[in-house]
Design a protein around this ligand. Structure first.
Ligand code: AAO
Length: 511
């Protein structure tokens, strides 16, 4: 009996907040716009061997086909039905991906677009990724089926029918987000269609969901949907496991809706994290890395065990969503690697690494007029993610997750999992260091002068390989070696002009 109570208490504690990753895997990567066949291969050839916990995939359900502009990435945020049928692949390919990734211990998290269907101006016909008929003007989506009764047109009180004021929670949740037809999630019929879609995916073996546009749904409506969800597939997960839930809520402060309203349902995206970290690493507004000493809740962020954190996402890396100019991306590679390194070394939140594709940016009056451009493609067909001899990706896939510095920090986070944040040091400016118990230590120099100092690492004595400048290969190190004496101290030197002005060592990089 006692045992049972303990188990159910643990179940309650973890439930929808746990990413259901395999033991010792602590991060996910967003493989934005990848095809299912490429993700299946990546799980086997790269993600599993390098300790990635899971993958956030692009929305798998049928979406509208937008031809003007030509096949933008954002057409996938305009559902037409819940058939698994997109440019990333069909249902057979999806099942194969989920099976193969789970078989090597890598989880799949689905980006679930359940707040709305396509835009009000989407027209009528079969311009959809599976050819399903729809009529946006009449609110008809027979492939679900939804009809006019299933939308919030009658409930929204603005004259335009769209969200006009983010300070009015009713508008934000009952009106159309940029014209997207807003589903009436208060209706059990709608909740059931959505739950059927999500249960179909759960039964196939997915481990959880990103709930797109959660701010635009009432927390109670989300809960009603979640209450209908199955437990995870016992082929790969312990009986009674609940799907991991992380809700996309942009709360930078100053609006009617706050992240905390959603904590009961699952984790929530912490958008302050990337916005602030970008500001600090760019040294804007007088910010310094020394101020990161109390990073996390101390900066006014949500509780760590509710947070899903990231340096950039598919929206704010191209000026959509929120965060603004401070957001660091692969376009600012040197600073970006430091930011991602800091995130992965720091205990706050569950971490998501971004993996992008390159597009021809074109700034006109400070705005990227090419922010819509879709993934690398041939006449609309998404290109394969090819792998170069040096392990980087071809065909304009950036594959940040394969950059040595980022891949090795994913491993660092796994090694230091559960260890306390300690041995903080800073120079009062932009040189900082901290450790994670006796398992890992990281040092940054983001000042305009060199760093040279002796620091307490907390690590056992020995020679360690810096996993930023190199790799430990066959017991040797291809990068900088760090000598930790028996009292845990080590001498660090980092030039401000180093390719990557930071050093990280951990228990598994000991030589
Ligand atoms: C496309 C076209 C539209 C067209 C529409 C319908 O671009 O012109 O009207 O189709 O035909 C993506 C694209 C959209 C695209 C859509 C559908 O980004 O451009 O529209 O697919 O194809 C809000 C939401 C948030 C949302 C974000 C983009 O709250 O949920 O907008 N993100 C998700 C996805 C995203 C997707 C959708 C939702 C829709 O990640 O990819 O859209 O499925 C404020 C609010 C935020 C709000 C932003 C942007 O943010 O707080 O809630 O995000 O505005 O509207 C400061 C403030 C900050 C503020 C920010 C920006 O930083 O502090 O709070 O400024 O003003």
């Amino acid at each position: 009996m006692k045992f049972f109570v303990l188990l159910s208490a643990l179940g309650l504690c973890w439930a929808q907040y746990s990413p259901n990753t395999q033991q010792g895997r602590t991060s996910m990567v967003h493989l934005f716009e990848w095809r299912w066949v490429d993700i299946a291969k990546e799980c086997e050839r790269y993600l599993a061997p390098n300790g990635f916990g899971g993958v956030q995939i692009s929305p798998p359900n049928e979406n509208i086909v937008v031809n003007n502009p030509s096949r933008p990435w954002w057409e996938r945020y305009q559902p037409i039905s819940y058939k698994i049928c997109t440019r990333s692949g069909n249902e057979d390919e999806f099942r194969d991906m989920v099976t193969r990734c789970n078989n090597v211990g890598v989880r799949i998290y689905v980006d679930a677009v359940i707040n709305h269907m396509c835009g009000e101006g989407g027209g009528a016909g079969t311009s959809s990724t599976c050819g399903s008929y729809f009529n946006a003007g009449n609110r008809e989506f027979p492939a679900v089926p939804y009809s006019g009764w299933d939308f919030n047109d009658g409930k929204c009180r603005t004259s335009s029918g769209g969200i006009e004021n983010y300070n009015d929670a009713y508008q934000v949740r009952d009106c159309r987000l940029t014209g997207l037809l807003d589903l009436a999630l208060e209706k059990d019929y709608v909740r059931t269609q959505i739950a059927n879609y999500m249960n179909h995916l759960i039964d196939i073996g997915v481990a959880g969901f990103r709930l797109d546009a959660s701010k635009h749904m009432w927390p109670g409506d989300i809960k009603a949907v979640l209450d209908k969800l199955h437990n995870l597939n016992t082929k790969w997960f312990p009986g009674g496991s609940r799907p991991f839930i992380f809700q996309e809520v942009i709360d930078l402060g100053g609006e009617a809706i706050t992240s905390s309203e959603y904590f009961g349902n699952g984790r929530v995206t912490e958008f302050k994290y990337g916005a602030k970290l970008g500001t600090v690493i760019r040294r804007w507004n007088g910010e310094k890395m020394a101020y990161l000493k109390n990073w996390g809740e101390g900066w006014g962020f949500m509780p760590s065990d509710r947070a899903l954190v990231f340096v950039d996402n598919h929206d704010n890396q191209r000026g959509h969503g929120a965060g603004g100019a401070s957001i660091l991306t692969f376009w600012d590679a040197r600073l970006y690697k430091m930011a991602v390194g800091f995130m992965l070394a720091h205990p706050y939140g569950f971490t998501r690494v971004m993996s992008s594709y390159r597009w021809p940016r074109n700034f006109v009056n400070g705005q990227d007029v090419n922010d819509w451009i879709g993934p690398p493609n041939n006449n609309g067909v998404i290109k394969e993610v090819t792998i170069n001899p040096d392990t980087t990706c071809g065909n304009d896939w950036v594959c940040e997750h394969r950059w040595r510095q980022i891949r090795n920090m994913v491993a660092f986070r796994n090694v230091v999992d559960g260890q306390p944040f300690q041995n903080w040091w800073d120079n009062g400016s932009n040189q900082v260091a901290f450790g994670r118990g006796n398992k890992g230590f990281i040092v940054f120099n983001n000042d305009d002068w060199s760093l040279s100092t002796t620091l307490q690492t907390g690590l056992p004595g020995g020679t360690y390989c810096d996993v930023i400048s190199g790799d430990k290969i066959n017991g040797d190190c291809t990068g900088i070696k760090v000598y930790v004496s028996n009292d845990g101290k080590a001498q660090f030197s980092i030039s401000n002009s180093a390719e990557d002005p930071f050093i990280a060592i951990h228990a598994d990089s000991k030589l």
